[in-house]
Design a binder for this molecule. Structure first.
Ligand code: F6P
Length: 529
C-alpha cells in the first residue's frame, strides 16, 4: 500500500495544517518543560529535538505511523537474515559485523586476521620488497569503500598511530593518485585495494596504475604480494590481479557498500588507529544496535531521528537537510552521511515497484562548524529555503587548546538558537538598529534543528554516532516503504561511461548520441594527446 494511505499519515497531514504555521517561539513559550519533553539521552549521548517544529501530538502520530509501518517487524526480518534487500535478493546483516562474541565465525576469523596483519605492519615484521618497513598505506576505493574509512580515520586523528601514514585515493582523475604517489616511496608503501565487487572502474584504474608504479621500481612481479592487500567479496578477481589469497580480507554480499566500514573495508581504520581502537569502534556501534533493537519507540534515538526527518520532509516540506558537526575532526561526516542517506533512500519506486507520490530523502549536505557560519549560514538565517539541520557537538575537545572549545560550543548553540527564534523588527529596533536597516536585520527564525551531543570523540562514541544514522536510514526506508539497500540509480551513468569512453579516447562513431554529447565529444577530441 502507498504510505500516505496509512491512517496515521492522513492524521499527520491534517495535524500539519494547524501546526505548520506555529513559530518555535510560541512552542517554547507555551511549554517551559519543552527541552525535557523533547530530548533523549542514551549511553551519554544527548539528542535534543526540542527545536523541531512539533508537539506531543505530532510525536504521538509519528510513532503510530511507525507502528502501522511495522518498524519492529522489519527489524526482526533484518535480524533473521531475510533477504529484505529484495531487488538484489540479499539479506542485510552489517550489524553482525560488530556483534562481538555473538558475531558469526567467518566474521571473527577475518577480524583476527586483520588484527594479526595490523600487528605485523606496526611492529615492522611486514616488509616491502627491498626489506624496508611500511611507513605509508594507501587505501584505493570509492563510495562505501572510501567514504566511511576516510571519515573515521580523519575523525579519530587523536588516536592515530604515529608510525604509519594512511592515505586515501578514490577519484578516477589521475590527479588524486599522482599527487599522493609523488610524496611516497614504493619500497615502503602498501596498497589496500578496497572494493566489494573488485570491478569498479575508478578503483581498478587506480589499482592498476599503483601496481605499475611498484613494478617500475622493482620489475619483480613477486613484489606485488608484499605491497598489495585487498578487502573484497570477489576472491577470483583479487587473485587475477595478483594479490595472494592470504592477503585478501574477505567480506560478503550481505554487507552493503555504505555499511561496510565495519567489515574488512575498515582495515585502513584499524591500521591508522590500531586494531584495539578499531574494536572499540565496533563496540560503540554494537551498543547503538542493542539500544535500537530494544528501546521503546518514545526513547529510541534512531527512530526519533527518522520520525523527525519524515515530519520535516513530508509534512513541513523541508527538502534540504544540513548536517553541521561542530568538530573539525568530524568534518567528513556529512560526506559519509550523503552516501548513507541519499544512496539508501534517494528513490522513487517503492518496495512493490510503484512510483511514490510523496517526497523521499531530502538533499543532505553539510560542513564543519564554525566554518559553515562564514559561508552559507546567511541563507539559513535569511534565505527563503526551509532547511532541517542537525548540529553535532562534543562535550570535550579531542585536541584541547585553552580557550577554543567553549567558543566552539557557544557558536553551535548560538546558531541553532538564532535559526529557531530569529529576531523580530521590534527586537532589532530595541537593539538600536536604524529604521532604514530594520528590514535587513530581521531574522524570521523557525528553522528546525536537532542537536546531538557526544561526551567526547572516541572510537566508541564514533561507532555509536554512525550506527545511529544507519538505523535512522533503516527506519526511514520502512516509513517510506523503500528498499534502502540497493542502488540501481548509479548504474545508468556507469553503463553510459562504458559507451562514451571509446568515442572520447578513440574515434568511435558518436552519430547515435544526442546533439549535446556529440558536440562536447567533438570539442574534447581536440585536446587529445
Ligand atoms: O557507486 C555505487 C557503488 O556501488 C556504491 O554503492 C559502492 O559503495 C561503490 O560503488 C564502490 O563499489 P565497490 O566497493 O564494489 O568498488
Amino acid at each position: 500500500m502507498q504510505v500516505p494511505l496509512r491512517p496515521a499519515w492522513l492524521a499527520l497531514a491534517e495535524h500539519a495544517r494547524s501546526i505548520k504555521h506555529r513559530h518555535l517561539r510560541d512552542l517554547f513559550a507555551a511549554d517551559p518543560g519543552r527541552f525535557e519533553r523533547f530530548s533523549l539521552s542514551q549511553d551519554r549521548i544527548l539528542l535534543d529535538y526540542s527545536k523541531q517544529r512539533l508537539d506531543l501530538h505530532t510525536m504521538g502520530l509519528l510513532r503510530q505511523l511507525a507502528e502501522q509501518a511495522g518498524w519492529r517487524n522489519w527489524i526482526e526480518r533484518m535480524r533473521a537474515g531475510e533477504p529484505i534487500n529484495h531487488t538484489e535478493g540479499r539479506p542485510v546483516r552489517h550489524v553482525d559485523l560488530r556483534a562481538g562474541n555473538a558475531a558469526p565465525a567467518e566474521v571473527k576469523d577475518v577480524l583476527s586476521r586483520m588484527a594479526a596483519f595490523c600487528e605485523q605492519i606496526h611492529d615492522g615484521r611486514w616488509r616491502g620488497f627491498s626489506g624496508e618497513r611500511i611507513t605509508d598505506v594507501v587505501n584505493i576505493g570509492i563510495g562505501g569503500s572510501d567514504l566511511g574509512p576516510r571519515m573515521a580515520v580523519h575523525a579519530l586523528a587523536a588516536f592515530e598511530q604515529l608510525d604509519l601514514n594512511v592515505h586515501f585515493v578514490s577519484n578516477l582523475d589521475s590527479a588524486d593518485l599522482a599527487s599522493t604517489l609523488t610524496r611516497l616511496n614504493p619500497r615502503s608503501t602498501l596498497f589496500v585495494i578496497a572494493s566489494k565487487t573488485f570491478t569498479t572502474l575508478e578503483t581498478m584504474a587506480n589499482a592498476n596504475t599503483a601496481r605499475n608504479w611498484i613494478l617500475a621500481s622493482t620489475g619483480d612481479k613477486g613484489a606485488i604480494a608484499r605491497h598489495f592487500v585487498a578487502a573484497s567479496t570477489n576472491l577470483v578477481a583479487t587473485a587475477e590481479f595478483g594479490i595472494a589469497p592470504e592477503n585478501v580480507f574477505e567480506f560478503w554480499d550481505w554487507v552493503g557498500g555504505r555499511f561496510s566500514l565495519w567489515s574488512a573495508i575498515g582495515l585502513p581504520i584499524a591500521l591508522a588507529i590500531g586494531y584495539r581502537n578499531f574494536e572499540q569502534l565496533l563496540a560503540g556501534a554494537h551498543a547503538m544496535d542493542a539500544h535500537f533493537f530494544s528501546a521503546p519507540a518514545d526513547t529510541n534515538l534512531p527512530l526519533t531521528l527518522a520520525l523527525v526527518a519524515l515530519w520535516n520532509t513530508n509534512f513541513l516540506d523541508a527538502h534540504s537537510h544540513g548536517v553541521f558537526p561542530y568538530s573539525h575532526s568530524l568534518a567528513l561526516l556529512p560526506s559519509h552521511l550523503q552516501q548513507l542517506e541519499m544512496e539508501s533512500n534517494g528513490k522513487r519506486a517503492n518496495r512493490d515497484g510503484l512510483a511514490v507520490d510523496y517526497p523521499t530523502n531530502p538533499i543532505l549536505w553539510g560542513e564543519a562548524g564554525t566554518n559553515g557560519q562564514h559561508s552559507f549560514f546567511q541563507l539559513l538565517h535569511q534565505g527563503s529555503a526551509l532547511v532541517a539541520c542537525d548540529f553535532i557537538a562534543l562535550g570535550k575537545s579531542d585536541f584541547p587548546l585553552p580557550g577554543h572549545h567553549s567558543g566552539l560550543l557557544a557558536s553551535c548553540l548560538a546558531q541553532s538558537s538564532a535559526l529557531a527564534f530569529g529576531q523580530t523588527v521590534e527586537e532589532a529596533r530595541a537593539a538600536g538598529i536604524p529604521e532604514h536597516l530594520l528590514a535587513f536585520r530581521r531574522f524570521p527564525g523557525n528553522q528546525p534543528s536537532t542537536t546531538l551531543v557526544l561526551p567526547e570523540l572516541t572510537p566508541f562514541t564514533l561507532g555509536q554516532l554512525i550506527a545511529l544514522y544507519e538505523h535512522k536510514v533503516f527506519c526511514l526506508g520502512v516509513l517510506w516503504n523503500l528498499n534502502s539497500f540497493d542502488q540501481w540509480g548509479v548504474e545508468l551513468g556507469k553503463q553510459l561511461t562504458g559507451k562514451l569512453a571509446p568515442c572520447i579516447r578513440d574515434d568511435a562513431p558518436s552519430d547515435a548520441l544526442d546533439a549535446s554529447t556529440r558536440g562536447l565529444i567533438k570539442h574534447l577530441r581536440q585536446f587529445r594527446t
